[in-house]
Write a protein that binds this ligand. Sequence first.
Ligand SMILES: [Zn+2]
Ligand SMILES: [Zn+2]
Length: 348
Amino acid sequence: MQAITFQQPYKVLVKTVPIPKILQDTDVIVKVCVSGLCGSDLHVYRGDEVGIDKDTIMGHEFMGIVNEIGSNVKDLKVGDRVLSPFSSCCGECFYCCRGITSRCEKGQLFGCLKNGYGIHGGQAEYVRVPFASSTLVKIPEGISDNTALLLCDVLCTGYFCAENGLNELAPQISYLKQYKLEYQKKDEYDDIVVVVVGCGPVGLMSIASAIYLGVKNIYSIDSIQERLEIAKEFGATPIHLIDENPIEKIKEITNGRGADIVLEAVGNLLSLDLSFKLLRTAGVLSSIGLNHSNTFPFNPNDGYNKNLKYISGRCPSVICDTLLQTSATTSRQQHAPSVLTRKTDDQK
Ligand SMILES: [Zn+2]
Ligand SMILES: [Zn+2]
């Protein structure tokens, strides 16, 4: 089969490689229909992610058809249409049992082999998926291949980022609701100002998710005009990173305070620094950008003085299952499907 393989930093190669075989009785071989190219692939490509074996098959976002199953695979059969989250999970360990499947004790990232340990990725014709019963998600009818692909990473990750931000702000909202009579008449998130830093695919999905979750005031920052225009279409007010002064602008809007929540979707020191500066006292910094820095741009004293709430981490794959289930049932979903699916067919 043909596959995109990592050779060395800044060099990937399309190669002919053997079709993967079932190794464990819980494995499935998926015939790939569509696979995605992610910002995180650049970390491998540029060598930021060190120690990747030569000839590792790239890519961690893929959907396809079950082609072969191990003898101990339950709930799946040959021909099923499935998507895979970007990491495998056993479904039984301490973390899986608490819904933190992205930190499964036996979990592995697709497209990440180091010293022979790990699993190949999805930018190939076939992929071996370990712990297939707990890793793969069946795709309901009516969801296109390209839409399903969004659930492998970017939409789930953007949703996780937005939901984390709102969850961390929740105690302040309930306090307001409890003691301020006039606030009780409002929708929960009427007055909240959310700023999204970075309008790549994950940033855009964070915007869509924040809207889906009920946020009305969303500002998006990027230096690429084309991305800002899509953010605007999604419902955010765009702010150009260079041509405008994002910190001044957000302060103007918030009586000098700063944003209630900043969703950071870039993953470097500059964007984390900007996010911190955009945030009001006791605001929430929800950071989802994969960051290979070994330090923070703010120090513990800055965090203390701001009553900072900082939340980060790898999105657990169970979210995509939940998103698929809730898509049919929640009332908020009324205007959400168009937001969550409109850009999928010409996904940037
Ligand atoms: Zn990805
Ligand atoms: Zn596990």
